[in-house]
Ligand binder design. Structure first.
Ligand SMILES: NC(=O)c1ccc[n+]([C@@H]2O[C@H](COP(=O)([O-])OP(=O)(O)OC[C@H]3O[C@@H](n4cnc5c(N)ncnc54)[C@H](O)[C@@H]3O)[C@@H](O)[C@H]2O)c1
Length: 332
């Protein structure tokens, strides 16, 4: 059997091949497979680099139904935006599960952004009110762009309320979305002003102390808590979790590094209160939003199964369209 070449896909290739319209259904099916227990995904491994204000994470996964296996090597370096670099930089190896051949090596920086946005869209589809049209974004970095792109595919978002102390981030958000005739964007002085009257709240900050408080929120709000994805990070006041139905993406990862990690380790909130995982909701094994009112929280840590499902879709499309560069990786 001849050894297959490995396809190299740069950031521009992946950007061309992957839209939010493509990512959203692929991520939704990855959540369903994960919810049914049909995936294999050891929890991510962290390599902390406090001297560089960052970390690396290794994220392996296998999805039998998609014939996709591989690993993503991804960072979260908070000083990077100040250097003109993304806070999150990633590379992914997609392998054939049967032969172990590396099918592709691809930049996964844009892929990470898209699959995280798509997870937010899936959560909004199952957990927010159908008529949700006011979206508050606390944090205006790149993840907030992807959240808006995904949520507006599933909900009729017309008003966006934005809060970020970093003027450059706000400007870049406005450069991207400011001219969109279907969006009315309000730049708010702080998080409290941003979340007032919101149907959906998305937090995408690297904060280690709450940036949204319970008494700022209405009574029928869904929150995507995206920023907390490492131990010690927290964006929501614990009183919000106490009043909400809380859904995680993966129990082990969430307890270690998700929004719930700080209140669980301090004893202020118990994991016994979890309503389920988003995958279980998508698979019909747990209830999502059952009535108009009430708070719901999606605690996103980011799953390797999201990455592998999207990487498989990118690879298949690249092969079909002849995109990328074949590398003779296995040549002696
Ligand atoms: N859950 C996941 O799957 C997942 C995936 C990727 C990234 N992340 C995390 O999401 C976070 C954001 O990532 P990014 O790439 O958008 O980073 P980024 O640096 O581009 O943006 C973060 C923004 O948050 C702002 N901010 C900080 N404190 C704030 C506050 N109190 N109120 C409002 N805004 C505030 C910063 O000024 C900055 O503009 C990071 O913590 C990252 O690790 C999570």
């Amino acid at each position: 059997m001849p050894i297959r070449e490995t396809l190299f896909l740069g950031r521009g290739d992946v950007r061309r091949l992957l839209s939010m319209e493509t990512a959203l259904p692929v991520v939704e099916s990855a959540f369903a497979a994960h919810g049914r227990g049909e995936t294999r995904m050891p929890p991510k491994i962290y390599l902390d680099l406090p001297e560089f204000k960052g970390d690396f994470r290794a994220m392996p996964a296998y999805i039998p139904s998609l014939n996709a296996a591989g690993v993503k090597w991804v960072s979260s370096h908070t000083a990077n935006p100040g250097r003109g670099l993304p806070a999150v930089i990633a590379v992914l190896i997609l392998s054939d599960p049967e032969t172990a051949e590396p099918l592709a090596i691809m930049d996964a920086t844009h892929l990470t952004l898209m699959r995280t946005g798509a997870a937010g869209g899936v959560a909004a589809r199952y957990l927010s009110r159908e008529d949700s049209h006011v979206l508050a974004l606390v944090g205006a970095g790149v993840q907030s762009h992807a959240q808006l792109d995904a949520i507006r595919l599933v909900r009729p978002v017309r008003q966006v309320r934005l809060s970020d102390p970093n003027q450059a981030a706000v400007q870049s958000f406005m450069d991207h979305f400011g001219a969109d005739p279907e969006l009315e964007i309000t730049i708010c002085g702080d998080g409290r002003e941003a979340v007032a009257g919101a149907d959906i709240v998305v937090t995408t900050t690297p904060s280690r102390k709450p940036v949204v408080r319970r008494d700022w929120l209405g009574d029928a709000v869904h929150i995507n808590a995206i920023g907390a994805d490492a131990m010690g990070k927290q964006e929501l006041e614990t009183a919000i979790l106490q009043d909400a139905r809380v859904y995680i993406d993966d129990r082990e990862q969430a307890l270690h590094s998700g929004e719930v990690n700080v209140p669980v380790s301090s004893g202020a909130w118990s994991a016994d209160n979890l309503a389920g995982s988003l995958g279980e909701v998508v698979a019909g094994l747990a209830e999502g939003r059952t009535r108009g009112g009430g708070l719901t929280v999606f605690d996103s840590t980011g799953l390797a199964v999201q990455d592998m499902a999207v990487a498989r879709a990118v690879y298949d499309r690249a092969v079909k369209e002849g995109v990328g560069q074949a590398l003779p990786l296995a040549t002696e």
